[in-house]
Design a protein around this ligand. Sequence first.
Ligand code: SF4
Length: 701
Amino acid sequence: MITMTETINTICQMCYFKCGLRVTVDDETILRVEGMPEHPVNKGRLCAKGLSAAQLTTDPDRLKTPLRRTGERGSGEWEPISWDEALNEIAEKLLKIRQAFGPEYVGYYRGQAPGWVTNYNYVIRFMNSWGSPNIFTHGHLCFTPRAIAHAGTFGGYPEPDYERANCIALFGYNPVYTSPVNYAARIIWAKERGAKLIVADPRFTNTASKADLFLQERPGTTGALVLGLIHVIIAEALYDADFVQRWTVGFDELETFIQDYTPEAVASITGVPAAKIKEAARMIATIKPAVVVDGNGLDQHTNTVQTVRTTSILRALIRTVDEPGGSVLVPPLPFVDVQRRGARPDDFADRAVYRYPLYFGAGLTNTGVAMTDAIATEKPHPLKALIVQGGNPVSALSDTSTLRKTLQMTDLLVVHDPYLSSTAQIADIVLPAATFLERDLILYYRYRPSARANLIALQNRCVPPVGESKSDLEFIIALARRVGLGEYFPWDDVKDAFDQELEVHGISVDWLRQHPGGYLREYEPEEIYRQYEQDGFDTPSGKIEFVSSLFARHGYDPLPTFVEPAEGPVSTPELAEDYPMVCSAGLKLGIHTGTQFRSLPWIRAIEPDPFAEIHPRAAAEHGIEDGEWMIVESPRGTIRVRAHVTPSTRPDVIMVTHGYGEPYDENSGLTNDVTGEDERDPIAGATSNRSFLCRIRKADR
Ligand code: SF4
């Protein structure tokens, strides 16, 4: 038989960095995956996930057809149905709910799995056209709380300019795991030309192993640590007085507020010695320019937003916002209203279920906890139907056992996913989703190639979809047509939709197919740095706000007062008598993204089991040997993990991997069986997955 071998340029979507891939295909089978040398994000480099990507298309666990539940929810009894049957049934039920209750009784939970930015716009387009503001994400656990803090301080999202920085200060950020081919490489290159690296993290990470100075704070106390740095910088007059005077408001209040956060006081809160706090502050303030980065490790605490307020204020004091070698506020690409924002009626926001107003304002979506609140309490009204796409809330959100029961209170639960995930297992209808290798997609990169560039690139379909899988946009268009919204989704295929989006840039899908490096918009220095000198900062005052007027307007503390994690040895000492250790259940490995990819053979071979990092002293106290199974128990549940005995964590803290469990391993439990949803960040709804109390013991077997 004669077969055709061809090489296709595409974009990896195993994480949100979107590296260029070169995929060799023979007779609809992927033979080889390599990095694309001309792609500006990765320049040919790939991580373990990217190299394993082809296994997504051969995984025997992939869903092949739509499934309809035939037994009790979660019973595992299904019957295969056609896409037409599935879509007709979903549409009929949605229309009945709209007629009986209103469009806002239908919710959409959108995760990140099969691609995010472009088709997320189409989810919002669908919901705006349908008339429901109730779109939910996992953003309260990742990114959005930080974006709220930045917005309340300097009004934009900062991108690190590693290439020009001489000091790099990372707070809760481990790019050696989360961005090995881009950010980590750029940091190492900066170090090679002499830049200093400071890492603050409760865990001695791979990134920390490269640091010139490492600060190991107790989980959930990074805000106090940074306030200690700010104290030193102000007390020793190391801040940029001219910039502070001209471009900030609230310095006097900050100076008074910071008096309590002496290095010694902060040392007693965080466990970081006062001498190290002073040394770090002096390095950050005097080695210019310094770039300050707040990472995902600061998320998933009950004090996340105010913690990131501290790192935002630190940036301003040393004049590193929108400066070369600092945190650049990259301008967005021209706006195309894919979302049909104009279709929203005046009372649209009022129809959203309970929300955190700054979160809702940040992205016109809502938190996953707002979703579960509304379903569980029926206030202000229940969600009768929920579509889950590209996400796995049962595994990703907190307090799994409660969450499972809550989601089953809906009348209709639809899940569109490549796998029978732990959320799909309790659904009424499950639809097979195409992965990135099986569909076309337009990808927008804000700043990823460098701090001075935006990019648009085409993700090219390489092989046919597995079974009857469809992309998320194909599903949205097909459903829209069945519920009477066809006029807003008029395209013959997704290419037409994308061409319409690209018109404003003067390019098309075909143009991108011929230019695998993508459409790069590189900014000249005068276009990108110090834009505030012309336009001011995007805050109510036009300046950087040490005292946030946005926060004050919403009744939040306008200064970043440190508040202890809601559950911990200081806040709940009585509980700590029964649960004496602090658990941080957000350890992310570079081989996974969120809850994905644990079934791929190469990934599984690297780290097959969930584990907890435990200090040798704590392990010895509990008779636990390295590699043995151990039990982690919180007030909410129990999980089984392997012990990784290592001095990388503090003796009073264990670090547990995120995202393991069903459907890949039924013996361990889901990591979020032990996390809770009741205690939250008051501004963004973040739950405390990275700092809560637990006790441990050796497993029986
Ligand atoms: S960093 Fe790895 S997973 Fe992420 S896009 Fe690049 S190759 Fe893919």
